[in-house]
Design a protein around this ligand. Structure first.
Ligand SMILES: *[C@@H]1O[C@H](CO)[C@@H](O)[C@H](O)[C@H]1NC(C)=O
Ligand SMILES: *[C@@H]1O[C@H](CO)[C@@H](O)[C@H](O)[C@H]1NC(C)=O
Ligand SMILES: *[C@@H]1O[C@H](CO)[C@@H](O)[C@H](O)[C@H]1NC(C)=O
Length: 360
């Protein structure tokens, strides 16, 4: 028996060792903030480092804050090293996502990584999601924990979006892949999107289904973004694809190392999903008696979940693992509309945005 436990420990040791040493870091070109980003809302809560390679987004009792890519991308790779606020972070959401809701209000596309804060001593959790062509009533959430404390060090989080598939990465570990198929129709994002990073007060839903609110005794809450990467085909969202031929840029994107999951990558993905996922819309048979068409039922995953898409009781780990909120929640783009820059300015002169009066 003891020998069994010991060998399992050894196994995990070697597994981690091989995980760390066989997945080499992506070869990425990082950008300064002013090369590719603009403030989105609450300038007073955005702090840029002297070299402009690191940006801190603050949340305090007055406001959260956010940044946006200065351009729209028709497919791309969106990535940043992110360090989350420490200590008491209940009710807080730090979001890293692509969207085009400002241009396509009724039929927007979106890809999300959203970190959800927690009370002191309990871990951050996060979710990934996808919406296409206004499919806001068909959330495709998955929720997870992490294998490290995301408030201690920076880790790279990435979204790869191609015409074939979407892959979410944590460092070099692919944690979720959505392979596009024809049955998904417009639910697969296919219009140009911008990249957003925001921190905001999501007291109504982020922690234990809204039971625990942001406590401003701990303000300011600081999230840090650095080593920013934006790769893909830059387009004008209005003239869209007709004016820009993205064929070559998409081929370049598809040839990158992060566009192909290697056999080692598949192993890491399986490891992550068996250990850290705690909700999957693909296994939520109450919400979706017929799973969304892109769902691939993995037997080893299926048996982990109840019909509600949540983990079976005996598989639950520390940290609370509460109700999954159904339906559309109110999102920060609404706040953006209230405080954000004039749309006409945004669309016509994206790079000059910051000269427009954000507070008029
Ligand atoms: C990394 O990418 C750059 C530019 O895209 C390229 O010139 C360089 O050869 C690449 N390095 C490796 C090790 O692949
Ligand atoms: C997207 O939505 C628009 C407006 O609702 C609709 O006209 C169009 O056919 C949809 N596109 C796809 C690919 O489903
Ligand atoms: C776009 O470019 C590719 C190769 O660069 C070419 O084969 C294709 O015909 C072009 N498409 C359009 C619509 O111009």
């Amino acid at each position: 028996m003891e020998y069994g436990i010991h060998s399992r420990t050894l196994f995990f040791f070697f597994f981690f060792f091989s995980l760390l040493y066989t997945t080499t870091a992506f070869n990425l070109t990082t950008l300064r903030f002013d090369e590719a980003y603009s403030p989105l809302f609450s300038d007073f809560n955005i702090q840029r480092s002297p070299d402009d390679k690191t940006v801190r987004l603050l949340l305090n009792r007055f406001s959260g804050s956010g940044i946006i890519s200065s351009d729209y991308y028709n497919y791309g790779f969106f990535s940043a090293s992110i360090k989350l606020p420490a200590e008491y972070t209940a009710g807080i959401v730090v979001a890293f996502y692509t969207s085009n809701v400002d241009t396509f209000e009724r039929n927007h596309d979106e890809l999300d990584i959203e970190f959800m804060g927690n009370v002191k001593g309990k871990p951050w959790r996060f979710q990934t999601n996808m919406y296409g062509n206004g499919s806001t009533s068909r959330g495709r959430e998955e929720r997870y924990r992490l294998w490290f404390d995301p408030s201690k060090d920076s880790h790279r989080y990435s979204i790869l979006w191609t015409p074939k598939n979407t892959i979410f990465y944590v460092d070099e570990v692919p944690i979720r892949e959505i392979v596009r198929n024809t049955a998904m129709g417009g639910d697969y994002p296919s219009k140009p999107m911008s990249l957003y990073a925001t921190i905001w007060d999501a007291s109504t839903w982020a922690t234990n289904g809204g039971k625990v609110k942001v406590d401003y005794k701990y303000e300011p809450f600081v999230s840090e973004f650095k080593d920013l990467v934006l790769e893909g085909c830059i387009v004008d969202p209005i003239e869209q694809i007709s004016s820009t031929n993205c064929t070559d840029r998409i081929a370049t994107l598809l040839a990158k190392e992060y566009s192909t999951i290697t056999p080692e990558g598949r192993k890491s993905m399986k490891w992550f999903r068996e250990k850290y996922i705690y909700y999957s819309s693909c296994y939520d048979n109450i919400r979706y008696p017929v799973p969304p068409p892109e769902c691939v039922v993995v037997p080893s995953e299926r048996e982990m979940f109840q019909n509600s898409g949540r983990l079976r009781e005996k598989l639950k780990f520390g940290g609370s693992n509460r109700r999954h909120r159904r339906g559309r929640r109110s999102r920060q783009p609404r706040k953006v509309a209230a405080t954000g820059r004039p749309r006409s300015c945004y669309v016509k002169w994206p790079r000059k945005c910051c000269m427009c009066n954000m507070y008029n």
